[in-house]
Design a protein. Structure first.
Length: 292
C-alpha cells in the first residue's frame, strides 16, 4: 500500500474557537496572512466547530482573498453528528455512512470556498463503521478530486489499523500534553513511528489547565516547567510545544489561540531542543513519581 504524502507545517493553526474571536472578515484575512508569515501553513478545522460556523468564517476570508488558498493546507474533520439548533438530533452520535461523509465533505468544500480539501479526518471512532465501505467512500471522493488525503482523529491503534488496511491514512490526530500523556503508553505514537506517519497533537496546553489548573498535578507540572522554561529563557507555552515536538514520531502540534503572540510562542518551540532529562522531568512531575 503506498504511503500518502502531504507536507504540513510542524505547527498547525487550530480554528476550533475562531467564532469566539469575533474578527471581521478583513481581520480574519490579516490573521491568516500573519500565520503564514510565521511559517504556519496548515489550518485545522472540523465541520462541527463553532456550532457548525467555524469553517464558513474561515471560508469568508478565503473568498475575500482567494490567493491565500494556494499557500496553505486545509484540514477538516467529519463524523460527529452534534446536536444544535440547526441539527435537532435526539442525541450526539457518530456517523461514517457513505451519505453522511459525502454530504459533510461537500459542505466543507462550500464553507471553505475551495475545490479540494487537503486532508479530511474521521473525527471520532464510529463503532458502527464499516471499514471497507468507508474506504470506498474515501477512494471515490479522492477520485473526484474533492479530498487529497485521509486520516483519523482519536482512534485507537486497532481502529487505525482496521481502516488503514482498506485505505492509506495520513495521520491520527490525538491528545497529548504534559497533563495528558496516554498517547505515550496506549500505542498510538508507537504505531505512528512504525508506519512512518506523523501524528497530529491536539490540546498541547491541556486546554489551558497548564496555566490555571489548581489540582495537584497541574500545580506540580507548572512548577517544574516554570523552572525549566526559565533555564531555557522561554515561556510555558513554548516549553509545552517543545515538549510535544521532542517526541521521535515528529508530530504536528496544533494551536488553539487567536492571539498572534500565542502563535509566535508555539513557533518559537521549533528552535528549542529539550534534553532527555528535562523532558523526563516534566513526565515525572505529571505522573507524581519517578520512572520505574
Amino acid at each position: 500500500m503506498p504511503t500518502p504524502s502531504l507536507t504540513l507545517s510542524p505547527i498547525v493553526a487550530g480554528l476550533w474557537r475562531i467564532v469566539s474571536w469575533q474578527l471581521t472578515v478583513p481581520e480574519r484575512v490579516r490573521w491568516i496572512e500573519q500565520a503564514l508569515e510565521l511559517g504556519i501553513t496548515s489550518f485545522d478545522h472540523a465541520d462541527i466547530y463553532g456550532d457548525y460556523q467555524a469553517e464558513a468564517q474561515f471560508g469568508e476570508a478565503l473568498k475575500a482573498a482567494p490567493s491565500l488558498r494556494e499557500r496553505m493546507q486545509l484540514i477538516t474533520k467529519c463524523g460527529i453528528r452534534l446536536r444544535s439548533a440547526q441539527h435537532p438530533y435526539r442525541i450526539n452520535y457518530y456517523d461514517t455512512s457513505v451519505a453522511y461523509v459525502r454530504a459533510q465533505v461537500e459542505q466543507s468544500l462550500r464553507n471553505l470556498h475551495t475545490e479540494q480539501l487537503d486532508l479530511v479526518l474521521i473525527h471520532r471512532p464510529d463503532y458502527l463503521m464499516d471499514a471497507a465501505e468507508l474506504a470506498q467512500t474515501f477512494a471515490t471522493l479522492t477520485r473526484e478530486g474533492k479530498v487529497a488525503h485521509w486520516g483519523v482523529s482519536n482512534h485507537t491503534t486497532s481502529q487505525f489499523a482496521l481502516l488503514h488496511q482498506h485505505h492509506p491514512l495520513l495521520t491520527n490526530q490525538v491528545e497529548l500534553s504534559p497533563l495528558q500523556m496516554n498517547a505515550l503508553d496506549d500505542g498510538t505514537l508507537d504505531q505512528a513511528q512504525q508506519l512512518g506517519l506523523r501524528p497530529m497533537i491536539w490540546s498541547p496546553l491541556g486546554g489551558g489547565r497548564l496555566f490555571t489548573g489548581e489540582d495537584e498535578q497541574a500545580v506540580r507540572v507548572r512548577a517544574e516547567m516554570t523552572s525549566i522554561a526559565n533555564r531555557y529563557g522561554i515561556n510555558l507555552t513554548t516549553l509545552a510545544f517543545a515538549w510535544a515536538l521532542r517526541h521521535p514520531s515528529r508530530p504536528h502540534v496544533i494551536t488553539g489561540t487567536g492571539r498572534m503572540d500565542g502563535l509566535r510562542d508555539a513557533v518559537a518551540a521549533l528552535n528549542v531542543h529539550l534534553d532527555a532529562e528535562d523532558w523526563y522531568a516534566v513526565w515525572t512531575a505529571s505522573k507524581g513519581h519517578s520512572v520505574p
